[in-house]
Design a protein around this ligand. Sequence first.
Ligand code: CTP
Ligand code: MG
Length: 272
Amino acid sequence: MSDASTAAVRPGPGNAAQPQVRRPRTAAVIPAAGRGVRLGPGAPKALRALNGTPMLVHAVRAMAASRAVSLVVVVAPPDGAAEVKTLLTDHALPERTDVLVVSGGATRQESVRLGLDALPPGIDIVLVHDAARPLVPVDTVDGVIEAVRDGAPAVVPALPVTDTVKEVAPAGPAAPAGSAAPGTPEPVVATPDRARLRAVQTPQGFDRATLLRAHEAAVVGDGATDDAGLVERLGEPVVLVPGHEEAFKVTRPLDLVLAEAVLARRRANDGF
Ligand code: CTP
Ligand code: MG
């Protein structure tokens, strides 16, 4: 694959003078290699437009909005790295932020791992942020970084769950998850106490070494749906900080409507 190499979209300033006391340096890895099957047919989800601007560009800007973030690593669809590089060159991003593009893999976990492999030395804190959460506010990003700087090895933004959640029986080996005919009644096995459940978002923030260890220990295809879950399996503590309703994940078609409404409200409120 000719596009699999790491490529700088825009080189950084290079020989900036080293400060006396080195502040922890923070990078954001943005997995953006998914197809967006639940969104329906069309371009890969991260390349779909929200009010005329690709979702991925919104997500990169959301990370670059934090003054702490000096590098963004975008993990592009395996066949779309060239297109992503062009997109990011064509859209304005803050001067202080470097951007790298790498090609992703078949699963989110694999894509994140490929992004982590591209991190240069000198990065101490890593955020992992879904391209599919393009509208996360900068205060949420900064809150996650702050908690990692204060010593937490893994930090996750989260919100209370609003729907009551039911647990159903695991799908048998002959019936992989989601394979039952749609509409088939499913027996309920439990109702967890909603007060103790949280819905988690991104960016999830990590001490770099802890996140690398978690990904090295991870088994491909073991079903972890977020990076903090891999850290939990190491036995390391994971803490939650307040998330934000605008950090919702664009998953289904109705989410596009909501995302464009949020952008319209922002524009009306502050001319952004
Ligand atoms: N992702 C990725 N590489 C993959 C699969 C997913 O980088 N092989 C990224 C997506 O691009 C997205 C994030 O992981 O930014 C969260 O995944 P999800 O919302 O499930 O996106 P998709 O996998 O694209 O959507 P779907 O599951 O509906 O196909
Ligand atoms: Mg997916």
